[in-house]
Every structure is written in structure tokens, then in C-alpha cells.
Design a protein around this ligand. Structure first.
Ligand code: ARG
Length: 461
């Protein structure tokens, strides 16, 4: 039957429901051009092994070129009777090259090493596209941080006011995990750059083909050292699923900040009209849908990763058909990020911050209490005691409805004699921020250093 690669020992065709279950062209067709690239490299391996003459090799490459042109312009597509991308393309090749020549190409390879190779090629390319999109997002986080450098805001732990920080410090705290995601893509690419082609079904091939040459023809740096591992391993697929899910989780956390900051209660940020939506019933509404969809999609990508891991768990070596289930979750995670990340970039690049609102909130909630304690420590008070004294200031302020910066010299002295008037110098947001000037701290000079570090890292990734 057409598109059937394994008819010989069977007396009848597959049952309809069996075929419907088995069929994968509806999702694996997107790998068609990688399959054709693999076929070109494989034709070269067959020629070098003396299994195709020079003329046959030329004719094969011409046929594959025509097939690819037909795939690209849409004149060749999978038929209902095609089981998978490999079968459909063999049918196409036979139509162009005839059964005599076309029927030679399958020697020494299996769909098992083909699909394992194609998936790695696909992941290398698409992770490269994700990489570029994430780099754009890092760039706009950097640019916003640069634009607002110096603007203070409340820093929070447990969502409670903790210590004043720079808005830029917070924005860059969202950029660094994305830098690490780019590092993960780069590291993973080193492992993906190993070709399984030549592993055949599981044991390698007896036909004298050179997997290393095929690997180089396909842009890989080397070939797999073990053909069983080459056909059966999907740890690189799950690793890709993880990197993609981690990116989504990082975007989700950034989104949660945007969602909170855009509430009336916070009022730190205004979303650009182009990157927000309205309500069909409430005329005043402006909703942060980009950020909410990012949060939602993170759940979806986590699900894709969990599904991939579950598919791989407890499989016997080597190839099992279960592995056909590896593709849809990966394709989905890639597709979702390629839609989501550019939207995040648009939303972040157009945020306008209410720096006055943020600055006015920065000292509230006794966020300068640590500065009082640190001031005492610099005057040789043990931190344990300093913590107690500063806590007493907070209690006094709470009882008298004051902020720490409003305490008079007399009130300070009445709380503890070691609290001389000089402490009032550190009870400012700017003083607090710029005193945290060790590497990685929120001081303006250190955040300026970070801007430079981000730029340098991005240039390397
Ligand atoms: N469609 C299969 C997959 O996606 C290709 C390999 C099929 N191999 C086989 N022996 N049935 O994994």
C-alpha cells in the first residue's frame, strides 16, 4: 500500500482504528524538511559505501531537491493513507525517482534513527528561535531598568514591605533568570549536536556507512557512541521540555508583578493600550491579559514537561512506539513560547511607571528598620541588641501612628540612649538604598554595574 513501509510479512492491511491510532502525519509533517535533509546526507553515505553509483547519487539528490520544492510550495502533502512523515516522503520520492532508484534510499536506516535525528535538528533550530525572542525580552527589561535608574520602590518579601530597593534592581532580577535560560539553551545545544543517524533500528548497520560523516553533513558536531542509546534516549527531549517550561515559569513570575502593580491598589504601573484588553460590560476596565496568559501558559508547559517525563518512565530499551508521543508536547511548548515571548516583550517595553507613587510607598511599613539596626551595629552594638532596639522603635511608631523617619531626637533617646540624633541620617530611602553597595546590592552604582553585566552576557549568548 502507498505510504506503507512494512507490508512484506502482513497478509492484510491495518484495521481502520489501528491505522487511525498509529498515524502521526497530522503533527510530524512539520519535520518534513529535516527528513529530506537527512535523506540527502544518507544518500551521500550510501554512495561512499559503494551502494549508490555517482549517477544514482546525482539522480537521488535531484529527486530529493524536487521533492523538497514540492513540500515547500505545498504541492506535495501527506495522503490519508500515509502513516508518518517518513512514509509520506518515501511515497513522494518513489513518485519522482521511480521504484528502482527511490527504493534504494532506505537501506541501512530505520525510522527509529531518523526520528531521533529529526527531533534533535528541530529542537536545535527552534530553541534558537526561542533564544532570539528571550534575548529581546531581556533587552527591554534592561532598557526599562536603565530608563528608570534611581527610582525607588518598596522591596517585598512575603509580599510585605521589607526594605527599599530600586525599581531597576527588581526589573533586572527578572532578567537574570532569563539570562540563565539562554545559558541552558546554549548548554543543551552542545548535547543536541550529536547525531543518531546510522544507529538504524537499534544495533547500527552492516552496510559500511559512516555515521560520523553523515553527522557532519547534517551540521552536527559528532555522532552517537551507542546506537541503542541513540535511538531510545529522549532525555534531551525532556531537557528541552524543562528549559521551555522554566522560561514560561520565569515569565509567569514577572507577569505576577505586572498584574499586582497594575491594580488600582498598587498603582505602580500603567499598561499600554496595545498590550491590554477591555471588558465587554465594565467600561472602565483595562486588563493585563498578556500577563495572565503568560501565567496560564506556564501551567500548560509544565503539563507538557510532566507528560514527556511520564512517557519515558520505565520504558524497556530500545525504541518503543510510546516515543511517538514525545513530539506534540514539545511542538506545543515551542509554539506557545514563540507566541508568548514577543507579546511579553511588547508589554514590558511599553510599561510606564508611576515613580512618585512607588517612591512615596518605599519608606512605609517600617521598611527602614534594618537601617536603624545596621547603624547601631556600625557603632559596635551587637546585632541581637540592635534588632531589639530597632524593634522597639517600630513598636513605638505603631502605638503613636508614626513612621520611623518622623521620630524626633527626644523620642529616639527615650527608646534607647544609644539612638543619638545621627541615626536620623540613615532614615531616608535614598540613604538606605545607596548604603547597600556590595556586589549585587541595590545601590544605584551597583545596579548601574548590573546593566553593563547584562549587556556583556547577552553579547555572549
Ligand atoms: N512515528 C514514529 C515516531 O514518531 C517514528 C518511528 C517509528 N518506528 C517504528 N518502528 N514504528 O516515533
Amino acid at each position: 500500500a502507498s505510504g506503507q513501509l512494512w507490508g512484506g510479512r502482513f497478509s492484510g492491511g491495518a484495521a481502520d482504528a489501528m491505522f487511525a491510532l498509529s498515524k502521526s502525519t497530522q503533527f510530524d509533517w512539520r519535520l518534513a524538511r529535516y527528513d529530506i535533509a537527512g535523506s540527502r546526507a544518507h544518500a551521500g553515505a550510501l554512495q561512499r559505501a559503494g551502494l549508490l553509483t555517482g549517477d544514482e547519487h546525482n539522480a537521488m539528490i535531484n529527486a530529493l531537491d524536487r521533492l523538497e520544492a514540492n513540500v515547500v510550495d505545498g504541492t506535495f502533502t501527506p495522503a490519508d493513507s500515509d502513516e508518518d512523515v517518513h512514509g509520506a516522503l518515501e511515497r513522494g520520492l518513489l513518485e519522482i525517482a521511480g521504484p528502482e532508484l527511490g527504493g534504494r534510499l532506505r537501506a541501512g536506516r530505520s525510522r527509529n534513527d531518523q526520528i531521533a535525528t529529526l527531533l534533535r535538528m528541530y529542537l536545535r533550530d527552534t530553541l534558537g528561535a526561542v533564544r532570539a525572542d528571550v534575548a529581546d525580552l531581556i533587552t527591554v527589561l534592561h532598557d526599562q531598568a536603565e530608563k528608570y535608574l534611581g527610582a525607588p520602590m518598596p522591596g517585598r518579601t512575603h509580599l510585605q514591605h521589607a526594605q527599599p530597593i530600586l525599581l531597576s534592581h527588581q526589573l533586572l532580577a527578572h532578567a537574570w533568570p532569563l539570562i540563565r535560560d539562554l545559558e541552558r539553551i546554549r548548554d543543551l545545544d552542545r548535547r543536541l549536536a550529536v547525531s543518531p543517524y546510522g544507529s538504524a533500528a537499534l544495533a547500527g548497520t552492516s552496510l559500511g556507512l559512516d555515521p560520523e560523516a553523515t553527522a557532519h553533513d547534517l551540521g552536527f558536531s559528532t555522532s552517537v557512541p551507542n546506537s541503542i542509546d541513540g535511538t531510545a534516549a529522549r532525555d534531551l527531549a525532556t531537557e528541552a521540555g524543562f528549559v521551555l517550561a522554566q522560561i514560561a515559569v520565569d515569565l509567569s513570575r514577572l507577569s505576577e508583578d505586572v498584574i499586582l502593580w497594575a491594580t488600582h491598589d498598587f498603582g505602580y504601573v500603567t499598561l499600554d493600550d496595545a498590550w491590554s484588553t477591555g471588558s465587554s460590560i465594565m467600561p472602565q476596565k483595562k486588563n493585563p491579559d498578556v500577563a495572565e496568559l503568560a501565567r496560564g501558559k506556564a501551567g500548560r508547559l509544565i503539563g507538557n514537561l510532566s507528560g514527556l517525563l511520564a512517557t519515558c518512565k520505565g520504558l524497556p530499551l530500545a525504541y518503543n512506539r510510546d516515543l511517538q508521543e514525545d513530539k506534540e508536547p514539545l511542538f506545543d511548548s515551542v509554539d506557545q513560547l514563540l507566541i508568548l515571548v514577543p507579546a511579553m516583550t511588547g508589554m514590558i517595553s511599553t510599561l510606564t511607571f508611576d515613580t512618585e507613587k512607588m517612591a512615596s510607598q518605599a519608606p512605609l511599613g517600617f521598611s527602614l528598620a534594618t537601617d536603624v539596626a545596621d547603624w547601631l551595629v556600625r557603632r559596635r552594638v551587637p546585632f541581637r541588641e540592635a534588632h531589639e532596639i530597632s524593634g522597639a522603635c517600630v513598636r513605638y511608631c505603631e502605638q503613636n501612628a508614626l513612621e520611623l523617619s518622623e521620630l524626633t531626637a527626644e523620642q529616639l533617646a527615650s527608646i534607647d540612649e544609644r539612638l543619638t540624633a545621627g541615626v536620623r541620617d540613615v532614615l531616608t530611602v535614598q540613604g538606605s538604598i545607596d548604603s547597600r553597595d556590595g556586589r549585587g546590592g541595590t545601590a544605584t552604582a551597583r545596579v548601574r554595574d548590573q546593566l553593563g553585566e547584562i549587556t556583556a552576557q547577552l553579547a555572549k549568548l
